[in-house]
Design a protein around this ligand. Structure first.
Ligand SMILES: *Cc1c(COP(=O)(O)O)cnc(C)c1O
Length: 389
């Protein structure tokens, strides 16, 4: 937007492109293609000599509105929306890397990301070294001459490890690599990786951006030269594009993102403090707690600890499953970032497909539970967990 609006305003107003009807709410353009005035105009559009929509695998006005709004919120030059968070990560890798390249990736990332890098990209000649731990020196030591990408989530899923984005951005720069940060847990409300020094930001819009568990979506953001040439080039050809309907849902989700994330994070902080005092709990993982190993760094990088709390229960898998099964209100589901509180047992679900060794390296034990706090009354959430504990 031309004016220097604050993020709260951008979340509601950025990216709006009104049609000739001057609709107030953002229009949903459910159309697979766009009509040209003439053969000459069709040719000009295809030759990139005239801007405009051609086909919704490339661009669609509703999707473009979402991209512009999210770019404004992340303070990024360019945003490309994708069909899911995983297709955002795939588009990022396929658009920016080639056979023979090397990725340094945090071991503590989303299970499917480990699978994608460690198994699928490997078949295409892209090697990944997984680093466990948050020490910058370990990342530096893993860099090879062919390293082109450093990849992390902060806070990580599900252990909420916090990584120093500015320091790792410097490591990436020195190596001639791109620093890619998955910002799903914080959203731009709590953390803006581009400002901190990341080259690329990844979103699963499925989580907080939609925020009500309705649709899948994703996004890749960063400098125009990186995102437009590389990522969009792959996406428009290969096709894991976001549907306009999902874009519209997420666009409306962004309008309430700040109040949801702030309220859910405030509840999560209180829940984490309460959990720390429960005798059946071994350890609580929450960046907003002073007991968190990277608490100081988290408070520098993030506005608050976020809405996700993980904890180890005493008694391993048996106790963990008992806590899950004793809930009556909290949803037993893999999603997070929803207005409804959700609970998962990562070792047997989201991280169940990676090897036992990889799981151990990532510190995901059998007693670990992850709660993504929603908008219900905090006392009801506590009571639901207390039953199994
Ligand atoms: C869910 C998630 C993803 C993948 O997103 P999808 O929309 O499910 O494909 C990636 N990273 C993190 C941190 C996630 O939580």
């Amino acid at each position: 937007m031309s004016e220097n609006f604050r993020p709260e305003t951008l979340a509601v107003r950025a990216g709006i492109e009104r049609s000739q009807f001057n609709e107030h709410s953002e229009a949903l353009y459910l159309t697979s293609s766009f009509v040209f005035k003439s053969a000459a105009q069709a040719a000009a559009r295809f030759a990139n000599q005239e801007p405009g929509n051609i086909y919704s695998r490339f661009t669609n006005p509703t999707v473009t509105m979402l991209e512009q709004r999210l770019a404004a919120l992340e303070d990024a030059e360019c945003c490309i929306a994708t069909a899911s968070g995983m297709s955002a990560i795939l588009a990022c890798a396929m658009g920016l890397l080639k056979a023979g390249d090397h990725i340094v990736c945090s071991a503590s990332v989303f299970g499917a990301t480990v699978q994608l890098f460690g198994t699928i990209l490997k078949r295409f000649g892209i090697e990944t070294s997984f680093v466990s731990g948050t020490e910058v020196a370990k990342w530096r030591a893993s860099v090879q001459p062919n390293t082109r990408m450093l990849y992390l989530e902060t806070p990580s899923n599900p252990l909420t490890e916090v990584y120093d984005v500015a320091a790792l951005g410097a490591v990436a720069k020195k190596a001639g690599a791109l620093l890619v940060v998955d910002n799903v847990f914080c959203t731009p409300v709590l953390q803006r990786p581009v400002e901190l020094g990341a080259d690329v930001v990844i979103h699963s819009a499925t989580k907080f951006l939609d925020g009500q568990g309705r649709v899948l979506g994703g996004a890749v953001l960063g400098r125009r030269d990186v995102i437009y040439e590389g990522v969009f080039g792959f996406l428009r050809t290969a096709g894991p594009t976001l549907s306009p309907f999902n874009a519209w849902v997420i666009l409306k989700g962004l309008e309430t993102l700040r109040i949801r994330v702030e309220a859910q994070s405030a509840s999560a902080f209180e829940l984490a403090r309460w959990l720390e005092h429960q005798p059946q709990i071994e350890r609580v993982y929450y960046p907003g707690l002073p007991s968190h190993p990277q608490h100081a760094l988290a408070m520098r990088q993030q506005k608050s600890g976020g809405a996700i709390v993980s904890f180890d229960v005493k008694g391993g898998r048996e106790t963990a499953w008992r806590v899950v099964d004793a809930t009556r209100m909290i949803s037993i589901t893999a999603n997070l970032g929803d207005t409804k509180t959700t609970i998962t047992h990562p070792a047997s679900t989201t991280h169940g497909r990676i090897s036992q060794e990889a799981r151990a390296a990532a510190g995901i034990g059998d007693g670990l539970l992850r709660v993504a706090v929603g908008l219900e009354a905090l006392e009801d959430i506590k009571a639901d967990l207390a039953r199994g504990l």
